[in-house]
Design a protein around this ligand. Structure first.
Ligand code: SF4
Length: 159
């Protein structure tokens, strides 16, 4: 998929030209699971530190660690869930990391209908009966934000 195409500029039909159905139900499943999966860009770090009224370094020492050269959030005390998940609710929602903001509109999830259905196996908000349709342009906008965030993460990775 070519994300450089602007919505409406391409004659090529995307499989999701009619939009994608999604609404977060708050089930919290995407906030639990494999350890070390919430990556933080510099912008994410600064936004979260500001929420906690902490210097970035202090926030990083308290709530993050380095995994495979990338800064990630630490796990919660009792599980492999996110440290900021409280009673299945994100306690830092307004300052949540970019990868959480853009989920599930990640390139890996929207590349074809099969990938979208695969994502729906773990995210009940995808194709949920009460979910609104998110327009193709909004899906692509979210995906671009996520891709740009990925690039900034790669730039920060030590050699
Ligand atoms: S798995 Fe999907 S529906 Fe559940 S909290 Fe995450 S984004 Fe929302």
């Amino acid at each position: 998929m070519d994300l450089s195409e602007r919505p409406g500029e391409s004659a090529v039909e995307r499989w999701f030209d009619g939009g994608l159905k999604f609404k977060c139900t708050g089930c919290g499943k995407c906030c639990t699971g494999s350890s070390g999966s919430v990556y933080l860009s510099q912008n994410d770090l600064e936004r979260l530190a500001q929420l906690f009224r902490l210097p970035v370094g202090s926030f990083a020492r308290k709530y993050t660690r380095v995994s495979k050269g990338r800064r990630v959030l630490i796990d919660g005390p009792d599980s492999h869930g996110c440290v900021f998940l409280a009673d299945k609710i994100c306690s830092v929602y307004e300052a949540r990391p970019t990868q959480c903001r853009t989920y599930p509109f990640w390139l890996t999830n929207i590349r074809d209908p099969e990938a979208w259905q695969e994502a729906a196996r773990t995210c009940e908000g995808i194709d949920h009966p009460g979910a609104p349709i998110v327009s193709a342009s909004e899906v692509l906008a979210q995906c671009r934000v996520d891709e740009e965030n990925e690039v900034s993460l790669e730039r920060r990775r030590p050699a």
